[in-house]
Design a protein around this ligand. Structure first.
Ligand code: ADP
Ligand code: MG
Length: 266
């Protein structure tokens, strides 16, 4: 009877003290202590470690939410056998996050569906697990957002959203051409982040075609110059994984598959 009262009192203390991790798992720890008879110090260490790991998980969840990733995918979920043009060792080197420490960039190039977004998201996840902040945006959303801020005279403030995170994913450059303001804003962002924070960038266009994305070859080469000075480029040549899944489901007719497969692999 008294034991219950003590446990209730403990719960009454734990939450106001901000010890939610211990509060959630108190009974489990007490039961284990009853079975295993640890020393007082070991028992206390178990509780404190519980709180630490709870806080780490919570702050990771917060970082993931703030990052605006379109989905959570990991490197473990990536099937390297399906995409042999990717050098797995290169991705493993990126997984060490040396590039984040050194504020280097990573560029994924390739046709749709080959895993560019998946790999960027997975590396951003790795960075967040290691305690770094990350932010995701498509190129289009980013320039729309910055353009709106520029018109409202709030550009400097808005730029911080994209400058502060240690890892910034800029997805899908090249699907839509950028107007002059968009191109200039992107240049400003890339120049300011240069050697300060990493950019993970994806594009379906080869670097040679960047002039047409920006409608300005000088600006395009100025952006590329900064982006690629310290960067790893991963060129993915292969089939769309989405297509593979549709093929498996039998949703595509044979000629359509043949057409897609015969696309130039650049
Ligand atoms: P991209 O950005 O290159 O157009 P995505 O990264 O969005 O392509 O990939 C499309 C879908 O296929 C996503 O759901 C992704 O998780 C999955 N996918 C792509 N490549 C692979 C792969 N090699 N292994 C596992 N899933 C993959
Ligand atoms: Mg994508």
């Amino acid at each position: 009877m008294t034991a219950v009262t003590v446990i209730e009192q403990l719960h009454d203390h734990l939450l106001p003290l901000g010890l939610a991790g211990v509060d959630n798992n108190l009974e489990t720890h007490l039961e284990r202590a009853g079975r295993e008879n640890p020393s007082y110090a070991d028992f206390l260490l178990g509780l404190v470690a519980e709180e630490t790991s709870f806080r780490k998980d919570k702050s990771l969840t917060g970082r993931i939410q703030q990052s605006r990733l379109p989905y959570v995918k990991t490197l473990e979920q990536f099937d390297f056998a399906f995409q042999p043009s990717i050098d797995k060792r290169q991705i493993q080197e990126l997984q060490t996050l040396r590039f984040v420490h050194e504020a280097e960039n990573v560029v994924f190039l390739g046709p749709p569906g080959v895993g560019k977004t998946h790999l960027s998201v997975a590396l951003a996840m790795e960075a967040m697990k290691a305690g770094f902040s990350a932010h995701y945006s498509t190129a289009q959303d980013l320039v729309t957002d910055l353009g709106k801020a520029a018109r409202e005279g709030k550009l400097a403030q808005k730029l911080k959203t994209y400058l502060r995170p240690k890892v910034l994913v800029i997805d899908e450059i090249g699907y839509l051409p950028l107007d002059e303001l968009g191109a200039t804003l992107l240049f400003q962002l890339v120049s300011t982040r240069y050697e300060r924070g990493s950019i993970l960038l994806t594009s379906n266009k080869s670097f040679a075609d960047w002039g047409s994305i920006f409608n300005d070859t000088v600006l395009a080469s100025a952006i590329l110059d900064r982006l690629l000075h310290h960067a790893t480029t991963v060129n993915i040549r292969g089939q769309s994984y989405r297509l593979k899944e549709r093929k498996k489901a039998g949703l595509l007719s044979a000629p359509a598959i043949a057409l897609e497969d015969s696309k130039p692999k650049n």
